[in-house]
Ligand binder design. Structure first.
Ligand SMILES: C[S@@+](CC[C@H](N)C(=O)[O-])C[C@H]1O[C@@H](n2cnc3c(N)ncnc32)[C@H](O)[C@@H]1O
Length: 1012
């Protein structure tokens, strides 16, 4: 019998997954993203859902083992689940979010992954919204709150177990019994190990107990699928694979990502377990003071000579991080005078010299003066100018001081002369600028207070050591896109710190190196890793490129937005303070993460290597590969992570000698298309990305028996072509494709622009290609598949580039059935041709056969996809390529899109008429021009003009113009004037036509209105 399809090839609960993904963005405490910064992390719900759905068969597939179908009945049926929480949705009237579903095994499986809560369903019926945390039922696998829910996780693990252990006619009872036995043996081994007192001592007994536990875990994992993520990054996918009890593996080329993975996917699961110490041993390790301090905590003590610690790892990380901090404070605490409870940060500004030779004042580069700018609280720096000297007081209220930095040029407040940006850059590059301390931020009773620095705070800077060693590693040459600060004289990773920051960080590193002895104990390696992560967290919050959020009144660390822009004024956090942003506060995030992921006993085996090694796994050893490859050139992982690498090298080089042996993170083997890593040639970069991805997928195909699921969030056809070429080139074809609205918010800089708000997950399997397909037939098949997909996606709320891209998977699956696809002239159809065709089909499907002129098509299509939201120039360029023969310039010339800086927005009828008073009157007017004039005339008092116009342009019920007006009525936002006008026109259409015919106006010449 053939292999059954996996669930992911057939169905997944898209809306429910999307809902929980949106929620995932706002979850903080204990979330994987809060341990250490990494870029483009996938939301956990989609990872859990995709892993699970890639591993279980579709129960309705004729080849699905009967044992699996029975398992669903037992595990998800109503007999064993009070109130039947996995019952598929009933027919619920008046809701568009929930569809009626038959009660079958497939749908029960879907409901297990994610099901809307009763509260959500009730609210939907009433048209009310539901808070994000209440949208899914408490029984849903992907719900954040269930990540440590033993009962729900064991259902998922059992289902996967059954899927991989149903052989021949072994009964479901026997399979489940075997599962229970394995789990029991893990539990027994855990109890024996964790209940043995002083298990930190490396004795024969302890070794044996540890070994028993490892053997029972391995024995369980041997019966579970091996799941591999070759681009593991911040680790979201392998984390979820291990949570579901799989034998999880993750690779990443980047040593920083590798350290993050060890800290997130391995150590909490291995070492975040209970331990008990005798009083004597405890004091030996932590000292008498700590015993006295902790012995007052009743929860920890189970008799006066023993202490029971719930989580050994988090306990030790807290102990050693605090020790590190207090040792460092003893050395450099004097550099931060003032009240430790209150002071949060110092505020600095760069000063440059006014270029006017008669002025030459040193001017603070103030882009704006507010320190706090909230409706009910305004605090600002008030400049005091005395001759050529500028100082500041800090005042409450509004100010009307003109910014000194205008369009990046400096306007001198003393002589009013302009010093251009080029001159400013020159001064920065020549190191002719300085920084000045101008404010101090303190914790107040309910909010922050601001004051000028005291003399002591100013004078202490004189006490800084004269010899300070700054990190001398260079920023990556050529990455002007992300590292804008390089144009401002920032050349080395040391340049982004003040002297005091470096003195503090260097002291931390020195104390770190003294703290734990050198040994090869795995547990100590884990501790050293978290201490290094702690220092990374402190470093990223202590640079001269950070920010102060004037609305939230919080410190903003660098690089959240995948870039390093130059800043002229910045806060310097006070690390030993007790408040938010302090070094101590960084520890809290680490502890919370460790504790929230310690419940699981299965960890990921992380490997720091470039993927694509065909012999990393045996042929077909892996059951599934689930991954999220780099998005072409969107994120320069290696470049950005050098920031952390520089510090990790100083802390972890002895602990992980091989991973930190090179001066920088590996760049050339990284699977990205960044030209500055490839002789500055776009073409070389592209070829490198294509080759690397193909090599990696080729190895994957060799190693994987079941399925490859790939998440991708890039909208460019080029990036998609490469991905699809790699899948097809590695002898696989796409067998399922899902767009999920993960609402990833990559705001800000250029690099983020090419992301989709949603991501597309495609599943691929070894293909059975045959023959040569004809372009005509493939096109027809794609058109009909895409038309169905577009309808569905539109209904689900997908818009914009996301909608057009979401159809790519469907198109490629048609194409990949053939060895090649050929045009009538015998030439090959490329994947790029195919994706352009898919985009065009999606666009046409959206227009539903609307066949007007290109300008009108553009207007209707754009309205449908983007409505009146601001869009980038690139979006318009891409849009005009969708089967339209017009250029973006024509679109702007016709005032269809209105330029606003480098953004653009669709024009309303008023926007257009105000720019062209004759709009729609000319003979060759387009349908959209005529429609807009019609709306204008309908809104004008002169009815005769309106009727005359209708008589000429829209005198028949079937006149094309009415179809445009009808489309506009369907698509325009209901609160807009345009909407009200088109609805008015449609409501009065019959009468207007009648009146126009009987009006005694001389017949004007009919303008040429034709559908092509
Ligand atoms: C899109 S990210 C993965 C993000 C991840 N899914 C998460 O949730 O954090 C892609 C990752 O691929 C890694 N990478 C790039 N080239 C690689 C290669 N040749 N081998 C292994 N990993 C590579 C990058 O370092 C980056 O961490």
């Amino acid at each position: 019998m053939s292999e059954p399809k996996k669930l992911i090839e057939v169905a997944i609960p898209i809306k429910e997954i999307s809902a929980e993904c949106v929620r995932d963005k706002s979850i903080r405490h204990g979330h994987i993203s809060t341990l250490h910064l990494w870029w483009a992390r996938r939301p956990l719900p989609i990872c859990r859902a995709v892993v699970f759905a890639s591993l279980v068969p579709d129960p309705l597939d004729p080849s699905c083992p009967i044992q699996f179908k029975n398992a669903i009945k037992i595990i998800l049926g109503k007999e064993n689940n009070p109130n039947d929480p996995y019952k598929p949705y009933d027919d619920i009237p008046y809701t568009s979010a929930i569809d009626k579903m038959d009660d079958n095994e497939r749908n029960r499986l879907m409901m297990f992954i994610g099901k809307y809560s009763n509260k959500f369903i009730e609210n939907e019926k009433l048209g009310k919204s539901t808070s994000a945390k209440d949208q899914l039922s408490d029984f849903s696998l992907i719900k954040w709150d269930n990540k440590n829910n033993k009962e729900i996780l064991s259902k998922a693990r059992k289902l996967i177990w059954v899927a991989y252990n149903s052989k021949g006619d072994n009964s479901i009872d026997a399979i489940l019994k075997d599962y229970e036995n394995h789990i029991k043996s893990i539990e027994i081994a855990e109890n024996e190990l964790y209940n043995s007192i002083n298990r930190h001592i490396d004795s024969k007994v302890v070794k044996e107990l540890e070994n028993n536990l490892n053997v029972s875990i391995e024995s369980f994992l041997n019966k579970m699928p091996k799941v591999f993520d070759p681009f593991a990054g911040g680790g979201a996918i392998p984390l979820e694979a291990a949570r579901l009890g799989c034998n999880s593996f993750g690779n990443d080329i980047n040593p920083v990502a590798h350290i993050i993975q060890r800290g997130s996917l391995e150590f909490p699961q291995r070492f975040g377990k209970p331990i008990s110490y005798s009083k004597e041993e405890f004091i030996k390790i932590y000292g008498l003071d700590y015993w006295n301090e902790k012995s007052s905590n009743r929860e920890m003590f189970f008799d006066e000579n023993k202490i029971e610690i719930k989580n050994r790892l988090s306990f030790d990380v807290e102990f050693y991080c605090n020790k590190l901090l207090s040792n460092t404070e003893k050395r450099v605490g004097y550099l931060y005078p003032g009240n430790k409870q209150k002071a949060i940060a110092y505020y600095w500004v760069h000063e440059a010299t006014c270029k006017n030779p008669t002025c030459l004042a040193k001017v603070p580069l103030m882009r704006e003066f507010y320190l706090c700018d909230k409706p009910d609280k305004k605090i600002y720096f008030n400049p005091i100018i005395s001759g050529k000297q500028i100082s500041f007081s800090i005042e409450k209220g509004e100010h009307n001081i003109e910014d000194w930095i205008q369009r990046k040029n400096l306007k001198c407040p003393i002589c009013q002369n302009i010093t251009e940006i080029s001159e400013l850059k020159k001064q920065f590059n020549n190191r002719d600028t300085s920084i000045k301390l101008i404010g101090v931020i303190e914790e107040g009773a309910n909010s922050k207070n601001y004051r000028v620095p005291t003399t002591e705070e100013l004078n202490i800077l004189e006490k800084l050591p004269s010899e300070i060693e700054f990190p001398s590693e260079n920023l990556p040459e050529g990455n002007n896109r992300d590292l804008h600060c390089m144009g401002w004289g920032v050349k080395t990773w040391g340049d982004i710190f003040t002297k005091r920051q470096i003195v503090f960080l260097n002291s931390l590193v020195e104390e770190y190196n003294k703290l734990l002895e050198d040994n090869n104990l795995e547990y100590d390696l884990a501790l050293k890793t978290y201490l290094a992560i702690f220092i990374d967290r402190i470093a990223v919050s202590n640079t001269n490129l950070g920010g102060w959020h004037k609305g939230r009144e919080t410190l903003e660390r660098i690089m959240g937005r995948q870039a390093l822009p130059m800043v002229f004024d910045f806060p310097e956090s006070i690390p030993f303070s007790e408040s938010t942003g302090s070094a101590k506060n960084q520890l809290d995030w680490i502890i919370r993460y460790i504790e929230s992921e310690s419940a699981n006993e299965f960890y990921t085996k992380c490997n720091n290597a470039s993927s694509g090694d065909k012999y990393q796994f045996s042929p077909k050893e892996l059951a599934a590969v689930i991954t999220d490859p780099p998005y072409y050139d969107a994120i320069a992982y290696a470049d950005l992570s050098d920031f952390f690498y520089v510090w990790l090298k100083r802390t972890l080089n002895k602990v992980y000698p091989l991973n930190f042996s090179t001066p920088y993170t590996p760049k050339t083997e990284e699977c990205t298309a960044l030209r500055h890593h490839h002789n500055n040639s776009i073409n070389d970069a592209k070829i490198h990305f294509e080759n690397k991805l193909l090599q990696i997928f080729d190895a994957i195909e060799f190693q994987t028996s079941d399925i490859v699921s790939i998440m991708f969030a890039h909208q460019s056809t080029e990036a998609w072509s490469t991905l699809c070429n790699s899948i097809l080139g590695a002898r696989m074809n796409i067998t399922g494709s899902w767009a999920l609205d993960t609402e990833y918010n990559f705001t800000g800089l250029k690099a983020g622009k090419s992301f989709l708000a949603s991501s597309v997950t495609v599943s691929a399997k070894p293909s059975s290609k045959s023959g040569i397909g004809s372009y005509k037939d493939v096109k027809k098949a794609i058109e009909s598949k895409v038309a169905i997909e577009v309808d569905e996606l539109y209904r689900l709320g997908f818009r914009g580039a996301d909608l057009l891209t979401a159809c790519f998977g469907q198109a490629v699956s048609e194409f990949g059935k053939f060895n090649r696809v050929e045009k009538a002239d015998g030439s090959d159809v490329t994947v790029t041709d195919l994706l352009e065709m898919a985009r065009e089909s999606a666009f046409n499907a959206l227009l539903k056969g609307f066949d007007g002129d290109d300008f009108t098509k553009f207007y209707i299509g754009w309205l449908q996809l983007n409505s009146f939201s601001m869009s980038d120039y690139d979006d318009a360029v891409r849009f005009t390529r969708v089967g339209l023969s017009i250029e973006v310039n024509d679109i702007t010339k016709e005032n269809i899109l209105i330029q606003n800086g480098n953004k653009q927005v669709l024009a309303t009828y008023k926007d257009r008429i105000s720019r062209n008073s004759k709009l729609g009157e000319q003979k060759q007017s387009t349908l959209i021009d005529i429609s807009h004039r019609l709306m204008y005339l309908y809104n004008s008092p002169n009815r005769t003009n309106l009727l005359k116009f209708i008589e000429i342009n829209a005198s028949e019920n079937e006149s094309p113009i009415w179809r445009v007006i009808t489309s506009l009525a369907e698509l325009l936002p209901k609160d807009m004037e345009d909407y009200k006008l088109v609805v008015g026109l449609l409501t009065n259409k019959e009468q207007l036509i009648r009146e126009s015919k009987s009006s005694i106006t001389p017949k004007a010449e009919q303008s040429q209105l034709k559908f092509e």
